[in-house]
Design a protein. Sequence first.
Length: 429
Amino acid sequence: MDRISIIGGQELHGTIPISGAKNAALPLMIASLLTDETLSLVNMPNLADVELLTRILGNHGVDYSVNGRREEQGVLYPRTYNFHASSIVDTTAPYELVSKMRASFWVIGPLLARCGEARVSLPGGCAIGTRPVDLFIEGLRALGAEIEIDRGYAKARAPKGLIGNRYVFPKVSVGATHVLMMAASLAKGETVLENAAREPEIVNLADCLNAMGARVSGAGTSTIAIEGVASLSGTTHEIIPDRIETGTYAMAVAMTGGDVLLEGARPELLQSALDTLAQTGVEIIPVNSGIRVRRNGAGISAVDITTEPFPGFPTDLQAQFMGLMTRAKGRSRITENIFENRFMHVQELARLGARIQLSGQTAVVDGVETLHGAEVMATDLRASVSLVIAGLAAEGETVVHRVYHLDRGFERLEEKLSGCGATIRRLSS
Ligand code: EPU
């Protein structure tokens, strides 16, 4: 298994290109199941999760091809992926595939809407919490689906098609909002989703669905209305820049000091995280080509955060912010409100010398002057990158094990950071 070695202590200076958003790309790829025409997605990130979902969709009959290239630092990367589901050959998503990536459960919505049936393995728990699927089941039932849970599978049927309805989410869920929006696009009549997720990735999907001929309005607010249509067509759609990657590199610069342009980043996608970072003493400067992040020699101020659904502080940046706070002047309180077990990074940060006490859903972090490099273990995607951020500022060498977690969601992380002066490299085993 690959590891990443970091020798801490370098400031970051230069430009980091921001990739297309993983969490927009995945639901957009799944939307290709809704039409027998080609859906072309521009600005696709090159990630392990994208590769895996390509294989999962292939199992249902989705062909794909790649065209267009983008050049970064002299290297060419694929840019546009074309997905084509001329016919659905299998409406079962088996355990072997769904268990590898939770978002693949989301195929249940499009398969049900297009084929009137779907049999999808329950995704099970994961490192950050139990993550049930009750809202998906309840919401699809509200649209007329018959769903039973049998031997680890959700078996869904809608022989006469889905029928529009009003559904109020008892809790905000990004995934369930994506799925109901997709399913309702091919239902008969109007669906109104209340207390819907407002994340930018929801808006990105709604824009794509509308370009495919759907009638979705209100995405980005907590009430989304969808007027069902008989069929959807293909289109070409651009994936938004990754706000979590943006926030991660902004925190890396906040940690090391320096001056970096996050090229292609859009501040409105992560305003609350940028406002919080500014309070820690970093300059955040929106420019035409992205966001410039700058911190001079002054120390890092301690700031409290609480994770919330968008537009609040994102849970996907909580671990990285904790990494930053390990070196702040004073005490900060970090409260996780979205997932019940998203503190796996705490014990690994402690191996680098961080002082963190857990009390229920809150981590109390007392900043220390110096972190010391050590061997640490990545436990999930965002936790692993918090260890990289801490390692960039630690004295000596930090080695992060199990970097396959990082490869799921960060494109060419070590190249992007070393391009700005960090001493970071991948050790292949
Ligand atoms: N929940 C339920 N029942 C459900 C669905 C969700 O109780 O049926 C709960 C979850 O257990 C959690 C809360 O609702 O406590 C919110 O979960 P949500 O459904 O919003 O999360 P998700 O759709 O599974 C997406 C991202 C996550 C991100 C969350 C929250 C993708 C592919 N994943 O997950 O991203 O943390 O929204 O913003 O979009 C990551 O990229 O590292 C990642 C985990």
